[in-house]
Design a binder for this molecule. Sequence first.
Ligand SMILES: Nc1ncnc2c1ncn2[C@@H]1O[C@H](COP(=O)(O)OP(=O)(O)OP(=O)(O)O)[C@@H](O)[C@H]1O
Length: 599
Amino acid sequence: MAETRENPSNETVREYQEEEDQSFEELGLDSRLVRALLKKAIEKPTPIQRVAIPLILEGKDVVARAKTGSGKTFAYLLPLLQKLFSGNVDRKKLAPNAFILVPTRELCQQVYTEVLSLVELCRVQVKVVQLNSNMLANDLRAALAGPPDVLISTPTCIAKCLSSGILQAASINGSLETLVLDEADLLLSYGYENDIKAFTPHVPRSCQCLLMSATSSADVDKLKKLILHNPFILTLPEVGNHKDEVIPKNVQQFWVSCPASDKLLHILAMLKLELVQKKVLIFTNTIDTSFRLKLFLEKFGIKSAVLNPELPQNSRLHILEEFNAGLFDYLIATDVSQSKEKDEAHKESNVGSRKSRKSARKLDSEFGVVRGIDFKNVFTVINFEMPQSVAGYVHRIGRTGRAYNSGASISLVSPDEMDTLEEIRTFIGDDENKSSNSIAEFPLLTKNAVESLRYRAEDVAKSVTKIAIRESRAQDLRNEILNSEKLKAHFDSNPKDLDLLKHDKVLSKNAPPPHLRDVPDYLLDKTTKEAREMIKLARDAMGNNNRRRGSKRKLRKGGDPLKAISAAVSKRPYKVKKTSDSNNSSDRHKRKKKAGILD
Ligand SMILES: Nc1ncnc2c1ncn2[C@@H]1O[C@H](COP(=O)(O)OP(=O)(O)OP(=O)(O)O)[C@@H](O)[C@H]1O
């Protein structure tokens, strides 16, 4: 049962339980929506959906805080659509009935696709549009003509429409019935504060406001105060003295200790010796590191695609689609959300100068691959470099273990990243007495396995020079700009075709030599062979498909070899090894420079 109480600010807080059985019908959901969900193989609501949907249907303002991958999108979309289906909406309106504000273009596209698919499956007339800041005034005007029922956009684009008169403040005031702020913890940190402030005075008091977030922060509180009226706060109950468990239980978290200069070697060993399960999403903190990694892996015959904010939007969306469709197994994503590159992008977008428009390396300030993106069937997330904040970690890890799937994360931690690891451990409540939510040492990678590849890895790493990185980054950008144009033309007539262009092309000038492509058997020790076999078994058990519901039924804890190992490992007391090295900042700096991996 959900428990309701008041907090010191007189807000109604509703705590909900993880395990409860209730159907979508019992939540009061329209039968057309229930049928549409069934067609998508979604049978039963997730905990956040169970508690949020009835409240939203009642018209309450809601702040929903729930783990990554817990189904927050349907938690607000389903009741929002039901409201529109009901026929009680004002058809003479001058602006959309519902606004969904999201922090990134990738999310705009994702939410847009999700709404369209529901509307199509329900066979109802609901007009949905998405806007982005690159659209010309005429296109924006055309998109808003009608007007549509649902508008999905980043806040910047709404502010732009308001300031240029494409959207009238009075029309919003007379029409807006539902406002959703998705990934609310990010909206302010993406620099949208002024855009949101320009828009909120026009939100009518009668408008129902919904705020969705995976992590809580001062920014979420700020938004809550700015926009919501006496909201229901939905949250998981606190577990003992611990904070809410923010990481889904079905994600096994691991770490590997290694010097920064050995990270390439370690990731090579994990991927080449097949010690991790595919698909694999690898996070780096800078675009150059992503290309260094791609080039390095390429030399060993491991093909990967790179996703970063300097690529054109069409290419980025296509890369995501291809990866989701399973066209390639390794995606290296640059998470610039807290890096210098992100700040640069914001400066450029805010200044909007001619210089920035001309800049060959313009980064998109509305890019975001970490938050909210629903990567399909990613089993393993690797932090090649640690994120710079706990929230960054939570969101990265949340790209696996979505809904009822299982997954694993592996963080490569250098001595100067140990503080971050410790901070994360404290936050997630990792201690010796808890078996869930702990970060264990990755048990499948032995020292022998790593050392067997050292000679080759170091040799190849030397060949991935700064010049080679610069050239391939430029080459990739050129390819993708070309792709982007072809993509646009092609998708206008074939919106569903995914096979046109491949994004995991080899960038090195020379093909990888055979002796690097294949790992000879004599190099593998017994433990590594066993570990590799175990991963293969796990993959076969899941039909390499990590199916949404099937995985839960077929793969009970004992049946998943990786889980079995990690269960054994997590019972061991975990200690963060703090080397004297890791405390010495000048050493740290030297190491970083020497490795050339970290900025
Ligand atoms: N009731 C359900 N049963 C099974 N799968 C579901 C259900 N609801 C949503 N899903 C699926 O779960 C996945 C994650 O959902 P969603 O993207 O809404 O998560 P989220 O909570 O918004 O995550 P994040 O915080 O990372 O944005 C999606 O693929 C979605 O289709």
